[in-house]
Design a protein around this ligand. Sequence first.
Ligand SMILES: C[S@@+](CC[C@H](N)C(=O)[O-])C[C@H]1O[C@@H](n2cnc3c(N)ncnc32)[C@H](O)[C@@H]1O
Length: 214
Amino acid sequence: MSDTEDDDTPQLSSHALAALQEFYAEQKQQADPGAHDKYNIGIIEENWQLSQFWYSPETALRLAQEVITAAGEGGRIACVSAPSVYQKLRELHREDFSICIFEYDKRFAMYGEDFIFYDYNNPLDLPEHIPTHSFDVVVADPPYLSEECLRKTSETIKYLTKAKILLCTGAVMEEQAAQLLGVKMCKFIPRHTRNLANEFRCYMNFDSGLDCGL
Ligand SMILES: C[S@@+](CC[C@H](N)C(=O)[O-])C[C@H]1O[C@@H](n2cnc3c(N)ncnc32)[C@H](O)[C@@H]1O
């Protein structure tokens, strides 16, 4: 037996120490992400209590490309409850459009002035500096597959958009989406980073490469 005083000090196992180091590294990254990965999908972890299911990077990129084309040169894009599309748009480092992220989860306030707090329960409770019909295109992915959630989110979408809408939600919402927003289901199937139990689809009210049967 050693006779040093340190022998009485409680020690962490190597597993516990590794887990602790990983925890601190994640905390540090969330608090101070490097400029390079600030817009990585997943930098903010999914919180299933908030119905957060992130798109795969490929789907986020495809949707981002569609809305860039739809917005046109110097266009304004609103991402409503669709933070991965916002992140992908910013990751593309293009200066020829502007973007706002409307989100309930205040962790996304890390994106500064782009972030606008938004609760679908109060669809028109938006800041004064966001006038009606001020976005060329709105992309939205409401948190719940219910008529009430889609109806309220639709109020926000119609307030924000000049005309163009890209909605992602469950296949079961097809009829209500058509009634509320005049959007049609596309052939393109959005994918998520995890497999979801519900079938998801995209819906649009304009012609696009996502092939919406318009
Ligand atoms: C089904 S997820 C859509 C995310 C999308 N698949 C993506 O990857 O960007 C629903 C989104 O609604 C947001 N949300 C949750 N509660 C909300 C609320 N009360 N009002 C508005 N948005 C909410 C979540 O934070 C989440 O970003």
